[in-house]
Write a protein that binds this ligand. Structure first.
Ligand code: CU
Length: 403
């Protein structure tokens, strides 16, 4: 192969071949071709035949072009007679695509209507995107209370927990810019737009963790805005709800965690809510993130250690081995492993400590911290707080009890 042009072609061919093969990887966590619930299956049932039809048309067009290019290539022959108009060909080439498009449009329209169905909803969750994480708020209304025991609202972040085989309606919105919620194995994507509520239905038919990421460019840390949906068996979901609603327990006197609680009240509680936390005089502490953060919100940390990722589901709260044992668990074992949360032995100290040391260094949040006047002194995301290592020890001990 001495010809450089051929070499470039061969290289391009090899690269595209590899890329195509990579797309066929068996366990791609965000693979739309491996649906794990009825909504994603509805989409898959449409995309399979459409892909087939498009593929056949594509191959025919490619072959026809290749044949014409080869058959009529320039060999110095005379220019042929020029003609204009051939009604039979023109009509045929219009009618065939119209028929194909009608064939595709009918099932597409049916799929759109199927996916938009909400009248048989069983559970409602409000989903709010912001720079750069997702908040989930389970309102205490209707069937949420009567069927699923959500007697109080639950507010959490990063990981959305839902019961198996349940038609969950997400009411998706945003607090700052446009984001987009997409768990490819469970349904298509839906934009979260400030001032609007878009409906998206999720239903999972097998316990496990389903990954996704924000699919609408939303600023500096868009690439660190991920999300996960956790599907649990009904009994496990009930246990999860009971745990989220359990009353606050203050750490025992004289422990490192107790020191952490005091520090938390000083340094963190202005942005982050921990339900039931009270000051030494017994007054409940209510966070006021709207005064400090552009989006006006920060993740609720009441049960931080019941989720196993943090900061936009980007970093693991579990160390590698513990993480693998949860993520690779069989459907039967998954629930109990997920519910055991993050223990001291399993905590991924490294990433959590780096986060507390200097969050914006880990996850780019604002270009220039000296320009805070442009945002009324409010931060995007979590600021660096200048904590000492001893303070971080105490805070980690305190956070470990948040489960
Ligand atoms: Cu986003």
């Amino acid at each position: 192969m001495k010809n450089p042009r051929r070499r470039v072609l061969a290289f391009a061919g090899a690269v595209s071949g590899l890329v195509a093969l990579a797309g066929c990887a068996k366990d791609a966590p965000q693979d739309t071709w491996q649906p794990a619930g009825p909504n994603a299956e509805t989409i898959d049932n449409l995309q399979q035949p459409v892909f087939l039809v498009a593929g056949i048309v594509g191959v025919i067009v490619f072959l026809a072009v290749a044949w014409v290019v080869f058959r009529y290539r320039d060999r110095g022959q005379a220019i042929p007679d020029q003609t204009h108009g051939k009604p039979a060909v023109e009509i045929t080439l219009t009618v065939i695509p119209v028929l194909i498009l009608i064939g595709v449009a009918v099932p597409t329209a049916r799929t759109i209507f199927d996916l938009a169905k909400t009248d048989d909803t069983e559970m409602v969750v409000n989903v709010t995107g912001q720079q750069w994480w997702w908040e989930y708020d389970y309102p205490a209304i209707g069937d949420n209370v009567e069927k699923y025991g959500l007697s109080q609202p639950i507010v959490t972040s990063g990981q959305l927990v839902i019961p198996e085989n349940t038609k969950v309606l997400l009411r998706v919105t945003s607090r700052d810019v446009i984001h987009s919620y997409w768990i490819p194995k469970l349904n298509g994507k839906k934009d979260g737009v400030p001032g609007r509520v878009h409906l998206l239905r999720l239903e999972g038919s097998k316990p496990g963790i389903y990954a996704g990421q924000c699919t609408e460019f939303c600023g500096l840390s868009h690439a660190y805005m991920r999300m996960e949906t956790i599907v649990l068996k009904r009994a496990d979901f009930d246990a999860w709800v009971a745990n989220q609603l359990a009353p606050y327990e203050s750490p025992a006197e004289g422990t490192l965690a107790k020191e952490g609680e005091a520090l938390y009240i000083q340094q963190c509680s202005r942005c982050h809510q921990v339900n039931g936390l009270a000051d030494p005089e017994g007054n409940l502490i209510v966070s006021a993130p709207e005064q400090y953060v552009v989006s006006g919100a920060a993740p609720n940390l009441t049960n931080l250690m019941t989720r196993n990722t943090f900061a936009g589901a980007t970093w693991d709260l579990l160390s590698k081995d513990c993480r693998d044992s949860v993520w690779n668990a069989s459907s039967d074992e998954f629930g109990s492993k997920y519910l055991s949360g993050v223990s001291a032995e399993c905590l991924n100290q490294k990433d959590l400590r780096e986060w507390l040391r200097n969050a914006p260094e880990k996850k780019p949040m604002y270009v220039d911290p000296t320009k805070l006047q442009e945002t009324d002194g409010k931060y995007r995301g979590m600021p660096a707080l200048g904590l000492t290592e001893d303070q971080i020890d105490a805070l980690v001990a305190y956070l470990l009890e948040r489960k």
